[in-house]
Design a protein around this ligand. Structure first.
Ligand code: BES
Ligand code: MN
Ligand code: ZN
Length: 505
């Protein structure tokens, strides 16, 4: 998708499709309160072209409600697409992100190759829709909307939008808008980079191949990359990480990316650690066949770290960052670890394996310890860690945990920019009790109840006294039903939030 920013007069832009935003100005409630759709543009020609349909009660400007008009009078555009943001009083820059995605996904299957998306105006003077924020979110939404997962279909018709133009309102601050536009492109592309990795099946994306893809990306954006395997795991005494990998013919990959801004000495070092299980069969504690194919996305946390590192390299915040992905395949085999085995983690702690399907916390235990050894002063991990988190929060919020309120506070502020939904869940001594082992230091499962929390307590042991955030994205990494603004498939969750958290240092 080619993208550009235009400052031309909207009604004079020659294009296949011009998309403008609308919102419902009705503030009353109850059956009497009819929708009052209004366009968020001051352009009189566009308003005139849409007047009849907006007065018809057929279109309510609900969130992501789209309406297409052909040959709009007095416009140079061939088609006018109106995309709703919902209630005017509640519109946000995040809504604009979805609307841009909706516009792109509306355009794609119709074989229309170009569109111009007009940033909101009129309501834009209200502090609700700051134009630069909207420029960034619109670009993010456009890229996210453009992604489809069907890359292995032999009858795949390339329907991608070839040209997406963001149209600025008159009198916009050119420089600020150009910067926001460029930022949105970087973030959108990085989120899609993550999604393209998560989309790959286990046979096409082994730990080794994930390592190669990470190294290639790192070279493209100027990050230092090291990709290690079995030998290094043994050298570092990563007994927890290796215990997952030992049952697979595919060697593990320990991926380490470093972002070191020039001339910056001292200050915090942020350690980003991702779970990269390229396929999770459960191991000897094997999973049921139903839906097991979904476990190709068990590397979504690792892929999120890679996407975030890509965006960090391009946006250049003034803070050092280390990205670590612990990639392995969790397989049953003659060499696989068994329930009851005791493993010694890199930190020296011993782990009794109760269930080989609780493998994510094992690879992360050593990933967190390694990040600390490399000098991380603050840690964040992301993982499709527990089905329990999906049960607790559904496919609406991802789970978040932290051992430090100040560090988490920064993450919460990051969420306001990213528009992603995370819900903080508790930790506590009573939960820590649940993973004490009779034979060793801790066990790798804490029983049925509070499964997302006991998993987090397990990781907390390896974060030790370093401020740390854990993101359980099991319920959010895969979109199970397509939405107007995003395809069914990998979501790319956590990339934007991790990026903003990093930028807050
Ligand atoms: N990868 C799974 C968790 C998962 C479940 C991710 C559903 C995405 C969707 C993880 O490795 C796992 O198997 N967890 C177990 C832990 C249990 C054995 C304590 C689970 O959640 O059942
Ligand atoms: Mn598992
Ligand atoms: Zn897993």
């Amino acid at each position: 998708m080619r993208t550009e920013l235009s400052f031309a007069n909207l009604s004079q832009i020659k294009t296949e499709l011009l998309a403008v935003l609308a919102a419902d100005a009705q503030t009353g409630k109850g059956p009497e309160a009819k929708p009052e759709p209004m366009l968020l543009t001051a352009d009189h020609a566009i308003q005139a072209a849409a007047a009849t349909v907006l007065g018809s009660e057929e279109y309510k400007a609900g969130a992501n409600e789209a309406l297409l008009l052909h040959a709009p009078a007095s416009l140079a555009a061939k088609r006018l697409l109106i995309v709703g943001l919902g209630k005017l009083a509640k519109v946000t820059a995040h809504g604009v992100r979805h609307a841009a995605g909706t516009a792109v996904r509306f355009t794609k299957p119709r074989g229309i190759r170009e569109l111009v998306f007009a940033l909101p105006q009129a309501a834009a003077d209200s502090a609700q829709l700051p134009v630069e924020r909207c420029a960034r979110t619109a670009m993010e939404g456009a890229y996210v909307g453009d992604f489809d997962p069907d890359i292995y279909r032999s009858d795949r018709k390339d329907q991608s939008v070839q040209s997406f133009t963001l149209a600025a309102p008159p009198k916009a601050d050119r420089k600020a808008l150009e910067a926001a536009f460029a930022e949105g492109v970087i973030v959108g592309e990085s989120q899609n980079f993550t999604r393209s990795l998560v989309n790959e099946p286990g046979n096409k994306l082994t730990p080794t191949i994930l390592g190669q893809r990470a190294a290639k990306m790192a070279a493209e954006v100027g990050l230092k990359a090291e990709v290690y395997s079995t030998e290094k795991l043994h050298e570092l005494k990563m007994g927890a990480f290796w215990s997952v990998s030992q049952g697979s013919e595919e060697p593990p990959a320990l991926i380490v990316l470093r972002y070191e801004p020039e001339g910056l000495k001292g200050g915090p070092v942020l350690g980003l650690v991702g779970k990269g299980i390229t396929f999770d069969t459960g191991g000897i504690s094997i999973k049921p066949a139903d839906k097991m194919e979904q476990m190709k996305y068990d590397m979504a946390g690792g892929a999120a770290m890679l996407g975030a590192m890509r965006a960090i390299a391009l946006l250049k915040p003034k803070v050092r960052v280390i990205g670590i992905v612990c990639a392995a395949e969790n397989m049953p085999d003659g060499k696989a670890q068994k329930p009851g085995d005791v493993q010694t983690a890199m930190s020296g702690k011993t782990i009794e394996i109760i269930n080989t399907d609780a493998e994510g916390r094992l690879v992360l235990a050593d990933g967190l310890a390694y990040a600390r050894q490399l000098g991380a002063t603050h840690l964040i991990d992301a993982a499709t860690l527990t089905g329990a988190c999906k049960v607790a929060l559904g496919m609406v919020n991802a789970g978040a945990f932290s051992n430090d309120d100040e560090t988490y506070g920064k993450f919460e502020s990051a969420l306001e920019v990213s528009g992603e939904k995370f819900w903080r869940l508790p930790l506590g001594e009573e939960y820590a009790e649940m993973i004490k082992s009779d034979i060793g230091d801790i066990k790798n499962t804490g029983g049925r109840w509070g499964g997302a929390i006991t998993a987090a307590e397990f990781l907390k042991v390896f974060a030790e006294d370093t401020p740390w955030i854990h993101l359980d994205i099991a319920g959010m990494a895969w979109v199970e039903d397509s939405r107007p603004y995003i395809a069914k498939g990998p979501s790319g969750i956590a990339v934007r939030s991790i990026l903003e958290w990093v930028r807050s240092y």
